[in-house]
Design a protein around this ligand. Structure first.
Ligand code: MN3
Length: 237
C-alpha cells in the first residue's frame, strides 16, 4: 500500500490562496519507493502572466528547472534519513544540524514556493489596512519600506534574497545569502517572512542582464498584496 501524505501542494495553491500551514504539515509519511516527500508546486499563473515585468522564459526556467532541481536534490538528500519525517519548516528551524546540501536545497524549495505566491498578474492589489498600518508604524510609510527593501535587495552581494519579515514584534527588512531564509536557526535576522524577492541572477538576467535595480523596481508592479496581507494577518492572529 502506498501511504502518500505529502505537502498537499496542489491543494494549497488552489485559487492562488496559499496556505503557509501546508509547509508545517507533518505529512511526509511515504512509501520509500515513492521517493518524493517534497513536491514541486505548480505556478498559480501562466509563465507569461507577469510580462512585461518578468518574462515568460525566465519564469519557465526558474520554476521548471531551478525550483525543480532544489526539490529533486532535497528529496535525494533526505530519503532514508531521520529528517525525512520532518516538515520543511521544522527542517529549516534546525538547519544548523544539517548538511549543506539540505540547507541549500531545503531553503531553495521553501523560498521559491513562497516567492511564486508573492507574485501576481492581478492589477490594483493593495496592502490591507492592518498591514499598511503596521508598515507605517515601523517604516513611516509604504514608500519608505520599499526604499529600505530595495536597498537590501540591491546591496545583497552575489546570490540571495531580500525579505520583509515579522521579527520580535515588528516588521523589519533583511537579506540572506544563497538560499538561506529567516526561518533558519542560523539566520542573522530570524522571523516570519511576509514578502520576499529572489535576487539571484537566474531570476532576472535574461531580461535585465546586470541591471538588478531595474528588476527590483519592476517587481513592485507584480506584488501580490493580498497574499502579503494574508501572511501578516496570520501572524497577528
Ligand atoms: Mn531563484
Amino acid at each position: 500500500m502506498k501511504r502518500i501524505n505529502f505537502l498537499q501542494s496542489s491543494l494549497a495553491f488552489l485559487g492562488g490562496s496559499f496556505l503557509l500551514s501546508s509547509f508545517k504539515t507533518k505529512g511526509v509519511q511515504m512509501d520509500i519507493m515513492e521517493n518524493t516527500p517534497f513536491v514541486l508546486p505548480s505556478l498559480p499563473y501562466s509563465f507569461e502572466a507577469l510580462e512585461p515585468h518578468i518574462d515568460r522564459m525566465t519564469m519557465e526556467i526558474h520554476h521548471d528547472r531551478h525550483h525543480k532541481a532544489y526539490v529533486d536534490n532535497l528529496n535525494k538528500a533526505v530519503i532514508g534519513s531521520p529528517v525525512a519525517s520532518l516538515s520543511l519548516e521544522e527542517l529549516l528551524g534546525q538547519i544548523s544540524k544539517q548538511a549543506p546540501v539540505i540547507r541549500n536545497n531545503g531553503g531553495g524549495h521553501w523560498n521559491h514556493s513562497f516567492f511564486w505566491q508573492i507574485l501576481s498578474p492581478a492589477k490594483g492589489l493593495q496592502a490591507s489596512a492592518a498591514s499598511l498600518a503596521q508598515i507605517n508604524q515601523d517604516f513611516g510609510s509604504l514608500d519608505n519600506m520599499k526604499v529600505e527593501f530595495n536597498k537590501a535587495a540591491t546591496t545583497r552581494f552575489g546570490s540571495g534574497w531580500a525579505w520583509l519579515l515579522w521579527s520580535n514584534g515588528k516588521l523589519v527588512i533583511s537579506s540572506t545569502a544563497n538560499q538561506d531564509n529567516p526561518l533558519m536557526d542560523i539566520a542573522e535576522v530570524k522571523g516570519t517572512p511576509i514578502l520576499a524577492l529572489d535576487v539571484w541572477e537566474h531570476a532576472y538576467y535574461l531580461k535585465y542582464q546586470n541591471k538588478r535595480a531595474d528588476y527590483i523596481n519592476a517587481f513592485w508592479n507584480v506584488v501580490n498584496w493580498d497574499f502579503v496581507s494574508q501572511q501578516f494577518d496570520k501572524i497577528k492572529k
